[in-house]
Structures are given as structure tokens and as C-alpha cells.
Design a protein around this ligand. Structure first.
Ligand code: PEP
Ligand code: CO
Length: 460
């Protein structure tokens, strides 16, 4: 098989990095100044990529293992990153909470964890309304920092092409800091104290977490004693990035060919996904995604039919390559029992290679009477628990979770060990888009995943 040039079997007829432009592209901003957009895109096209094709292909292999039950995928981060939060504290706290959760999962599931952040590029948001009205004033909706600003003024809400270049820069700075932390030993299993967040002093979960860390430490030392030397793989971990590849002009500008590889890679991230609102079969997003070689995710909401899902698998993974395609289902606790099983059976009958991942966040968003958007921890937990049971009943495997979380002490989701109530939400509600689990609720969810997976292992 040639490493460069068109692939004899897998290359997709009629596809090019811009073939999506002939399809209907929803959720795209309107730029008032076409030549400013063209020059920003030309600039992005010249800039170095954010990830490499080797990393992309390594992740695809790991995702294939997750689909086969030999790894577990932990994908998490902000609903939307913002340029203002591109700072060392936010980035390292998010990394800490993901590392802590992965320790809980490794310990409890006895499986390696594939760690994927929703970061270094999660700047574009689909919106259910084109406009927002406040006190009689109507402006375009906020669509994420890569497009416009969250402030409620005409200037902020105008789609500004310069933001494309800024988004690339902030992604690169985030990526650079994450890589430097990890290469410097931040993720070293010998030093889990590096990842401690202030909460450990007070949390009802602290003892359980510290016991797990101590037990992993013992296992590491035991294996190193057997090996007679330090084992390098314990001192570094892989971290991959993902984002919703919504703004197709930007994604196209970072779609590249590389030496000694066939085909095209999206090098803005390792693992792009298609959001629920842009997942239609004949839309521009599916067209763009079918031709790139990255592993890809696609959000599956409650209205997707089994036939549509099978067709999506055929179009997005015609060679049925393991690791290529992840279905991220996000049904809501009230609907999952009804909607998920027919999809699982259809994909199983088809024999399609799919990694199943549960996003228990987006089907459980609600607005309180005062207009605040929130999610109840109990509903998040209930969807996740049902997902494990429904997969087991269908003979499929839940291979990962997709979460919106932060390492900050925010109060955006209700419930959890500290039983956050509606009145608490005002205290530290910082998200400009969806409510996130705070560090404590995130860890609690990791523990719940372990409990549930163990319970299933006993029943199966
Ligand atoms: C998201 O992941 O932030 C999102 C908008 O999800 P969905 O496409 O599933 O609604
Ligand atoms: Co979200």
C-alpha cells in the first residue's frame, strides 16, 4: 500500500478538503467582509499544524483497543473554551482533574485509559437560536470565541475573522503548555501529589481517592522492583485533544497532507467530532469528515433512527476500520432506555466497527425558573448507569464517557456529594455556555463508573 498519494481502497471518490462547500453547511456564521475572511484563512493555512499525523494514528489504534474492551476512553473538558481562560491555572487544573479521574478508572477498571481533552480548539459552538433578545434588543447569538464574543453588544456579537487566527494561537499555547507539563513529569504516576487540587482537604471523597493513589503507587513500585529499574512508561502519559469541528472553513485550513502518508489529516486536533445539530447525512459536516483520516466522533441524539445510524457508519467508515468511528450517544436519562437499544441492535446486525461512548451531559440540560441553565448530577449518573446496562443487554460494550467538566470550583450542576442546591448555583457559575461538573462532582462520577462497571462484571 503506498504511503503517499491516493489510497487504492480507502480514498473517497469525489472528496477534497473543500468538497463540503457544495453541501448545506448549517451553524456557520455570516462574515460581513469576505476578503477579511479570505485573508485570515490564508494566514491559518500558513501556520504550523497543532498535532501530528503520528499522534493521530496512534490515538486511532488506542480507540480500536477501547472498542475491543482493552482500554477505556475518558473524554472531557469545557463546553466551550474561551480566550480569556487560556491561562496556566485553568489549563493545569483541567489536566489535574482528568488525571485524577483516569487514576480512579485505571485502578477500578484495571484497564489503561485513553485520555482525551475537550481542549486546545474547543472554541466553536452550535446554537439552537440564531439570535438572542435582552430587554427588547436582539443581537446574533454568541457562537464561541473563534467566531464572536459573549458580551451583549453589536460589536462583540459580530463574526470577526481575526478570531480564527487568535483561536489557532490559543490552541497552540494550550497545546504547548500541556505538552510541556507532561514531558516535564507532571503526569508521573510516582507523583500524583502534583495533581492535587485544593479540594482534597475537605472532600468526602478524599480518603477513597488517596487510598487508590497509594495502591497504584505500590503496584508501580512492585513492578519496578521486578523489572530492576524505573519503568519509563509510568512517568509519562499520552494526552490527546478533541473539539467539535463545527467551523468548516477553519478545519479545512488545517487539513493537510504529510510526507510518507496517504490521504488527508485534520491537524487542528487529534479527534474531531460532529455535533448533534450538524450530523445530517447529506450535510456539509458529514461530507468533510468522510475524507479525513483522523479518528472521528459523532454525537447521536434521541431523534436518530437505526437506519440513519447504519448509513452514517457506512458513509463515515466505508472500510469498517477499527478505531475510526465513535458514536457518542447523548439521549437524556428519561429517553435512553427507549432510544438506545434499537440503535445498538442495528449496528450490531450490520457488523459495523464502532466505539460506543456515552455523553450523559447534553441530554440532561434544563433551565431553572430564574433562567439559569443547569444539569442534575442524579440525571447524569442515571443516564450513565443505564448506558452500562443497556449495552450489556444488547451485547455491545460501552467503551468510554464524554463529559463537560472543569478543574475549577464552580457551581453549575446541581447535586453531587455536597448536594449543591439551586440557591448555590449563583455562587460560582462561570460557564458562558453549558453547565460543567466541578472537580468534586467529576471525581464522584469516575467512582460511580467504576462501581457500575464492577457490578456489571459480577452479573455478566
Ligand atoms: C457539546 O458537546 O458541547 C454539544 C453542543 O453537544 P451536542 O452536539 O451533543 O448537543
Ligand atoms: Co456543551
Amino acid at each position: 500500500m503506498p504511503a503517499t498519494g491516493p489510497h487504492p481502497v480507502l480514498e473517497h471518490p469525489g472528496w477534497s478538503p473543500d468538497s463540503w462547500q457544495a453541501r448545506r453547511a448549517t451553524q456557520q456564521p455570516v462574515y460581513a467582509n469576505a476578503s477579511a475572511l479570505a485573508s485570515a484563512l490564508a494566514e491559518v493555512r500558513q501556520l504550523p499544524p497543532l498535532v501530528t499525523s503520528w499522534e493521530v494514528l496512534a490515538l486511532k489504534r488506542q480507540l480500536a483497543e477501547a472498542a475491543a474492551g482493552r482500554r477505556f476512553l475518558l473524554q472531557g473538558g469545557d463546553c466551550a473554551e474561551s480566550f480569556a481562560d487560556c491561562d496556566s491555572g485553568t489549563i493545569s487544573n483541567r489536566l489535574k482533574v482528568l488525571l485524577q479521574m483516569s487514576v480512579v478508572l485505571i485502578h477500578g477498571l484495571k484497564l489503561p485509559v485513553v485520555r482525551v481533552g475537550r481542549f486546545a480548539g474547543q472554541y466553536a459552538k452550535p446554537r439552537s437560536a440564531e439570535t438572542e433578545t435582552r430587554d427588547g434588543v436582539t443581537l446574533p447569538s454568541y457562537r464561541g470565541d473563534i467566531i464572536n464574543g459573549p458580551g451583549f453588544s453589536a460589536a462583540e456579537r459580530e463574526a470577526d475573522p481575526r478570531r480564527l487566527v487568535r483561536a489557532h494561537a490559543c490552541s497552540a499555547m494550550t497545546m504547548n503548555f500541556v505538552r510541556a507539563l507532561i514531558d516535564g513529569g507532571f503526569a508521573d504516576l510516582h507523583h500524583p501529589e502534583y495533581w492535587e487540587l485544593g479540594w482534597l482537604e475537605h472532600s468526602p471523597r478524599a480518603r477513597e481517592y488517596r487510598e487508590m493513589v497509594a495502591s497504584i503507587g505500590e503496584a508501580v513500585r512492585f513492578m519496578e522492583t521486578l523489572a530492576g529499574e524505573p519503568i519509563g512508561s509510568f512517568s509519562r502519559v499520552d494526552f490527546y485533544t478533541s473539539h467539535e469541528a463545527l467551523l468548516l472553513h477553519y478545519e479545512q485550513a488545517l487539513t493537510r497532507q504529510v510526507p510518507r502518508q496517504w490521504g488527508w489529516f485534520n491537524l487542528s486536533t487529534h479527534y474531531p467530532w460532529i455535533g448533534m445539530r450538524t450530523a445530517d447525512l447529506d450535510g456539509a459536516h458529514v461530507e468533510y469528515f468522510r475524507g479525513i483520516r483522523n479518528p472521528i466522533g459523532i454525537k447521536i441524539g434521541p431523534s436518530v433512527t437505526p437506519d440513519q445510524l447504519v448509513e452514517l457508519a457506512r458513509v463515515l467508515n466505508p472500510a469498517n476500520e477499527p478505531g475510526r468511528l465513535t458514536f457518542i450517544h447523548r439521549m437524556g436519562a428519561a429517553k435512553i432506555a427507549d432510544r438506545l437499544p434499537p440503535l445498538l441492535h442495528a449496528i450490531r446486525r450490520e457488523g459495523a466497527e464502532v466505539l460506543w461512548c456515552c455523553d450523559p451531559m447534553h441530554g440532561n440540560t434544563e433551565s431553572l425558573e430564574n433562567g439559569i441553565k443547569t444539569r442534575r448530577f442524579d440525571n447524569i449518573a442515571a443516564e450513565l448507569e443505564q448506558a452500562f446496562d443497556l449495552h450489556a443487554a444488547a451485547g455491545t460494550r460501552l467503551g468510554g464517557v464524554h463529559l463537560e467538566l472543569t478543574g475549577e470550583d464552580v457551581t453549575e450542576c446541581l447535586g453531587g456529594a455536597r448536594a449543591l442546591a439551586a440557591d448555590d448555583l449563583q455562587r460560582a457559575y462561570r460557564s458562558t455556555v453549558d453547565p460543567r461538573l466541578n472537580y468534586e462532582q467529576s471525581l464522584e462520577l469516575a467512582m460511580l463508573i467504576v462501581r457500575k462497571a464492577r457490578e456489571r462484571a459480577r452479573t455478566d
